[in-house]
Design a protein around this ligand. Structure first.
Ligand SMILES: [Zn+2]
Length: 330
């Protein structure tokens, strides 16, 4: 259940080191395999302020934007340490209940997106790929009685959120999760981190029952927030983000993987205000890193000030996108 072929030796990099040339590898296009690419945009690690500069290119053949060269899997691991927000390991002190409420709202929004196309019942089986600390899975199980399983690159099996959950640690496409087993596979902000998205989508297709649904949410490159913030766009999230999807390349990738696209949403469960706040903060901080705990009061103040306009962001192609697909009946 916990098999993995991730390199056993951890990177020797410390948090203060810039990655050296030997830690990177060149990548051909994830979508078409093309080798010809032109420079697109370069970025720093605006979120944590760790040193280093990262380059995204655009494929000359199909237009996919992706990071190349990228850090090798072994060297990118140190960017998913204990402070990584999705893993819920940071202690938020007196603000803990607020953080949990925010994450709970995110889980509810994810469930609503899934239930647009398929009801979740005690007889449903749901697999979350890139499940982090398992909040979404716990929520789904509690609210619907569905059977749940999760996969993550980072071993969070001891996290309380994953207690009692079938958890697979490692690269998704190397896990034996079972064939034609799940009614729903979800990938919430997973595919833009993936080192082999085509292979992961093939694995998702295999894991789904015929007629089952795949839900994928990723940041949207052809969005208003990218036009506003450019190389400080939070969706670049270098070096963790390997691929930057626009609407066309996301849909093409799903179709190439053999999925039928059922619905495309120009938003996701993830709050678009987060990108507005972080984009503005990254522009001011210019790569010095954002302490989310210290910045929380500013985050909340901005949210209150902008309360009247926040619902509009959902309709402006502001930051996220979600595609809901079906594995065709045989
Ligand atoms: Zn390409």
């Amino acid at each position: 259940m916990t098999t993995t072929t991730l390199p056993a030796t951890a990177s020797s990099m410390t948090l203060d080191d810039a990655p050296t040339a030997g830690m990177f590898e060149r990548v051909t296009c994830y979508l078409c395999g093309g080798d010809a690419a032109r420079p697109f945009i370069s970025s720093v690690d605006d979120l944590t302020g760790r040193p280093g500069r990262f380059t995204f290119v655009r494929c000359e053949e199909c237009g996919l934007a992706y990071q190349s060269p990228r850090l090798t899997l072994n060297h990118v691991k140190s960017y998913y340490g204990d402070g990584y927000i999705a893993h819920r390991k940071t202690s938020w002190g007196v603000l803990g209940p607020f953080f949990e409420w925010v994450m709970g709202a995110l889980d509810r929004a994810k469930r609503r997106i899934v239930e647009r196309v398929t009801p979740l019942t005690p007889s449903s089986a749901v697999l979350d790929v890139g499940c982090g600390a398992g909040g979404f899975l716990a929520h789904v199980h509690e609210r619907t009685g569905a059977t749940v399983a999760g996969v993550d690159f980072v071993d969070l099996s001891t996290h309380p959120g994953l207690r009692g959950v079938e958890f697979h640690h490692g690269l998704f496409y190397e896990q034996a999760v079972g064939a034609s087993r799940f009614d729903v596979v979800t990938m919430w902000h997973f595919l833009e981190h993936d080192y082999d998205p085509v292979r992961s989508l093939a694995s998702a297709r295999q894991a789904l029952k015929p007629g089952g649904h795949l839900v994928v949410e990723v940041p949207r490159l052809d969005s208003l927030s990218f036009r506003m913030f450019g190389h400080r766009w939070p969706g670049l999230q270098a070096p963790q983000h390997t691929v930057l999807y626009d609407k066309a390349t996301l849909i093409t990738m799903m179709e190439r993987a053999g999925f039928e696209v059922v619905e495309y949403l120009p938003y996701g469960a993830f709050p678009p205000y987060f990108y507005l706040f972080c984009g503005a903060a990254f522009t001011v901080l210019r790569g010095r890193g954002l302490n989310l705990q210290k910045g929380l009061w500013a985050y909340l103040a901005g949210q209150v000030l902008l309360l009247p306009v926040l619902p509009i962001l959902k309709h402006l192609n502001f930051a996220m996108q979600t595609v809901i697909c079906r594995r065709a009946q045989l």
